[in-house]
Design a protein around this ligand. Structure first.
Ligand code: KIV
Length: 250
């Protein structure tokens, strides 16, 4: 698709109904992101997410996906400690879920791990720029502007065997230079229009995110508002004995 100039459309998914709808909508790539820690579990950041939780959600999404390519995210501390642990955990994500690939965060510093996992026969998507698992090291969720470092990260993950790389929170001109400089597809989030594809967090896209909404997010629906309205209406109708009416009774 990169060679043909066709944009890759990616989205996160965490459960069966939404993964089914995304798959049916033609989304090419479904990422079971560790963002589920924030948008699904209500945690402050992605750091507490465990391998078992990722396996649980990835299995559900992989079952729903009939044509989308499914990627399982490797949670914090499932790959950083050693090559062996990285290979074992990447293997679990593939073997126990039905996902086709794994994603992990980092550039030059994790390239040896990308090489090891990919040598084990597991496709790896890299993730550079604003890497949420390094939130404390970055001093918050900040746009990353060090062009030299970002370019070095992109080139390094490519030569380590990554099949694709997520560019997060990177200025448009830098992500364009990276996209032009490497052969593997770049998937952008907060990285401008020149990436080979785009990804958004599902809950941001459909208006179900109860937390902070970043500048790069376009909300295509306001489901959160619709759900609140529906629940309030249900509450009132039950109290007023309007529900269940005759048509809902046996
Ligand atoms: O965890 C996640 O959902 C991600 C995407 C935002 C790329 O890493």
């Amino acid at each position: 698709m990169k060679e043909n100039g066709e944009k890759i459309v990616a989205l996160t998914a965490y459960d069966y109904p939404f993964a089914t709808m995304a798959d049916e909508s033609g989304i090419h790539m479904l990422l079971v992101g560790d963002s589920l820690g924030m948008v699904f579990q209500g945690k402050e950041n992605t750091l507490p997410v465990t391998m078992d939780e990722m396996i649980y959600h990835t299995r559900i999404v992989a079952k729903a996906a009939k044509s989308a390519f499914v990627i399982g995210d490797m949670p914090f501390m499932s790959y950083q400690a050693s090559k062996q642990e990285a290979i074992r955990n990447a293997g679990r994500l593939i073997k126990e879920t039905g996902a086709e690939a794994v994603k992990l965060e980092g550039g030059v510093t994790v390239s040896k791990l990308i090489r090891a996992i990919s040598d084990a026969g597991i496709p790896v998507q890299a993730h550079i720029g604003l890497t949420p698992q390094a939130v404390h090291q970055m001093g918050g969720y900040k746009v990353q502007r060090d062009e030299e470092r970002l370019m070095a990260d992109a080139l390094e993950v490519q030569s380590a065997g990554a099949f694709s790389v997520v560019l997060e929170g990177i200025p448009t001109d830098i992500s364009k230079k990276i996209t032009d400089a490497i052969d593997i597809p770049t998937i952008g989030i907060g990285a401008g229009p020149h990436c080979d594809g785009q990804i958004l967090v599902l809950h941001d896209l459909i208006g179900l995110n109860l937390g902070h909404i970043a500048k790069f997010v376009k909300q295509y629906a306001t489901l959160g508002e619709d759900v609140r309205q529906a629940m309030k209406k249900y509450f009132k109708e039950v109290q007023a004995m309007k529900f269940p009416g005759k048509e809902y009774c046996y």
